[in-house]
Design a protein around this ligand. Structure first.
Ligand SMILES: Cc1cc2nc3c(=O)[nH]c(=O)nc-3n(C[C@H](O)[C@H](O)[C@H](O)COP(=O)(O)O)c2cc1C
Length: 345
């Protein structure tokens, strides 16, 4: 699993890419890399580790993203992640939130390249799965290409297998995390140059990708593209990218991919409800499934109006049945569709 290239990835996003979201994305896009929300090493040390690390086998390939700056603690957290079955451990060196800075990690760590290298080396020494790093192109006025290149060299020499670069810098004060994802300009050329200067290292570009053409234009410039907000707000974009890249001409069309995913997700919801998960925790991730399409608003409104528990599930079933009835999918095909694997790793 660790040999799967990172051509297409969905970004780690707090309060978004939880296991329910990842389940849906996997049903839509069989080949993309998925990332957890950031989990701090401290939370794993002090919190409910089993709950925090829980995921379903269908999610592979899936990476655990860790936050932290203590090499020993990160190494322990990475070992727990590997034992839980994750395919990769990713270190977050890109988050500019004040809360994260107070713990002196995230983007603030770009100022501490030797410490980041120590963290990577400590994790590398403890686990067999790849260690990867997600970073920005710089912070504040420390934003020259030379600093980025030196930072990259340090983590690569310490054992980082893949570098994911959000192609904008972060301002550590004065901007909110949301503003820090919008205001600093995107500088893709820096990431392309980093790839040219590091031909033997897998480099994934991130930031601002919202359409097929822009993603496909990156082929040959970098090794992969990671999408965040667009993948969440419009999951059919990820389905389309996966489909264009990996599906043969004999494979079903996108409409059938969506219909199958919806039917399988309803079965997943059914099983999860039985083990106590709330319906809304899962259906909230379906909101964007018809985004930018006719009927998208009606779909969202109907999802929002669902109750919880068995009644909500009945409503969801009816909603999905009405939608997939139009998708020219054969009933036999639906009935023989494999159920998602619900055993947890
Ligand atoms: C709601 C939200 C939560 C995020 N949480 C994380 C996180 O936990 N770890 C991380 O490395 N980046 C996080 N990010 C940043 C994204 O991973 C990504 O780098 C950023 O959104 C830029 O990519 P995009 O333009 O495709 O959205 C988050 C972004 C959003 C919108």
């Amino acid at each position: 699993m660790s040999d799967v290239p990172h051509e297409l990835c969905v970004a780690p996003m707090m309060e978004r890419t939880d296991r329910h979201c990842r389940h849906l994305l996997r049903l839509l896009a069989p080949n993309v890399w998925l990332y957890t929300e950031m989990i701090t090493a401290k939370a794993l040390v002090n919190g409910d580790r089993e709950r925090l690390l829980k995921f379903a086998a269908i999610e592979h390939p899936v990476a655990l993203q860790l936050g932290g700056a203590d090499p020993g603690e990160l190494a322990t957290a990475a070992a727990w992640g590997e034992a839980a079955g994750y395919d990769e451990i990713n270190l977050n060196v890109g988050c500019p939130s004040g809360r994260v800075q107070a713990g002196c990690f995230g983007a603030a760590l770009m100022r501490e390249p030797a410490l980041v290298a120590d963290c990577v080396a400590a994790m590398r020494a403890r686990v067999h799965v790849p260690i990867t790093v997600k970073t920005r192109i710089g912070v504040d006025h420390d934003d020259s290409y030379e600093l980025l290149h030196a930072f990259a060299r340090g983590v690569i020499d310490a054992g980082c297998a893949t570098l994911i670069v959000h192609a904008r810098k972060a301002w550590l004060s004065g901007l909110s995390p949301k503003e820090n994802r919008e205001i600093p300009p995107l500088e893709y050329a820096r990431v392309h140059r980093l790839k040219r200067d590091s031909p033997n290292v897998e480099i994934v570009i991130n930031g601002g990708f919202t359409d097929v053409a822009a993603v496909e234009a990156e082929r040959g410039r970098v090794d992969g593209v990671m999408l965040g907000r667009a993948a969440y707000d419009r999951p059919m974009l990820i389905a389309e990218l996966d489909h264009r890249r990996w599906s043969g001409s004999a494979s079903p069309g996108l409409e059938q991919v969506r219909a199958r995913a919806l039917r399988a997700f309803v079965r997943y919801v059914d099983a999860e409800l039985a083990s106590g998960t709330s319906l809304k925790a899962m259906t909230r991730h379906l909101m964007g499934l018809y985004a930018h399409e006719r009927g998208g608003r009606v779909w969202r409104r109907a999802l929002s109006a669902l109750g919880d528990g068995a009644a909500g599930l009945r409503g969801l079933r009816a909603l999905v049945a009405a939608r997939v009835a139009d998708s020219c999918i054969e009933r036999d095909d639906l009935d023989t569709m494999a159920s998602p694997q619900l055993q947890y790793s």
